[in-house]
Design a protein around this ligand. Sequence first.
Ligand SMILES: [Zn+2]
Length: 261
Amino acid sequence: MPEGDTVFLAATRLRAALAGQTLTRTDFRVPRFATVSFAGRAVDDVTSHGKHLLFRIGGGVTLHTHYKMAGSWHLYRPGERWQGPDWQVRALLETAAWIAVGFRLAVVELVETAREHEVVGHLGPDPLGPGWDATDALRRLTADPQRPIGELLLDQRVIAGPGNVWKSELCFLRGIDPWTPVGRVSRPERLVALVKQLFEANRTTGSQITTGDTRPGRTHWVYGRGGRPCLRCGTPIRVRQPREPERVTYWCPACQPAQSA
Ligand SMILES: [Zn+2]
């Protein structure tokens, strides 16, 4: 599942390819914007906030997209073969040199650039954004002491960016049972600092490696390792999979002991 650092990296690549360039063709395959064309206009900037991508187009329009579970943006040279079927394309931006193709995007909408806050204004600070504010993140994280820490780490209104991989890995790295109410988490400011540190470490890769080990099966401490021995203590990693696949949780019951009431 794409997480905030993956989207940040996509924005970096899309900005390098498109910013300052004139669009020769656009195609938005959602009913509301199917007839809209920005051919002839320039792309001013491409930026991200958490998992949201914002393409600022000349004339004060912003294309807002969100991947949710399976979306992705690809960059192709003219004539290059696409790595996805045409029917999954939701948005396309073409310049003389590049074709940016958005596959399986869950959100494709056009908003006035001056009103971007209506689509991203509710989000918490982004660890990779220019407005990162650790104090604000800590305030949002600890506002309701009863809420479980794992749930809070997924809440984009608290910190914009982390998804399931980060949620499970962050709790492991701090030795916290994911169901601990945040009011019982010691030194929550260290968790906020760790989010920032890990996002920065993955800024140019978007790979969410937390162990420092790039070998297959060794990249994460707990995420995706249900039933396998903990890399630190050997205890089988537990997994809880609720109905929504985006809420799966992995943890080591020995390294992350449950807090007794
Ligand atoms: Zn363990």
